[in-house]
Design a protein around this ligand. Structure first.
Ligand code: 5GP
Ligand code: ZN
Length: 114
């Protein structure tokens, strides 16, 4: 079985530009962007989905959202606004089974999500 692609990116085995790189969290641009700014923010430890988060992951969750806030600021989209999405499970549209936040910006988004 092929190893988890986001684990491999987080370990530096697949060369991508890391926009956030701390012991617990990494962020990098989505390979198939759905907005002018589309960044993925992932825990470095393998957590399959939001549904698998544990109580003791509180500090990690804080950092994931801190990365979203700070990257939005760095990318210059904090003022106009941005969207943070966590697709979870099959009906949620999750295709990579490693928890990730989508930080998307640079255009207006519709609601409800498709
Ligand atoms: P999901 O559908 O699971 O919420 O989102 C997975 C996202 O990961 C998709 O937007 C897809 O384009 C992105 N993705 C999948 N494989 C790779 C990869 O190898 N590198 C990068 N940078 N993004 C990927
Ligand atoms: Zn993984």
């Amino acid at each position: 079985m092929q190893e988890c692609v986001f684990c491999r990116i987080a370990r530096g085995e697949i060369p991508v530009q890391l926009l956030w790189d701390t012991p617990a969290v990494a962020a990098f641009r989505d390979a198939n962007p759905q907005a002018p700014i589309h960044i993925l923010i992932v825990p470095k430890k393998h957590i399959p989905s939001l549904d698998a988060l544990q109580e003791e992951d509180g500090a990690l969750v804080d950092e994931l959202f801190k990365a979203a806030r700070e990257l939005a600021r760095r990318e210059g989209c904090a003022e106009r606004g941005y969207r943070v999405v966590i697709n979870t499970g099959a009906d949620g549209g999750q295709t990579v089974p490693h928890l990730h936040l989508h930080l998307m910006a640079g255009r207006e988004f519709g609601w409800p999500a498709g």
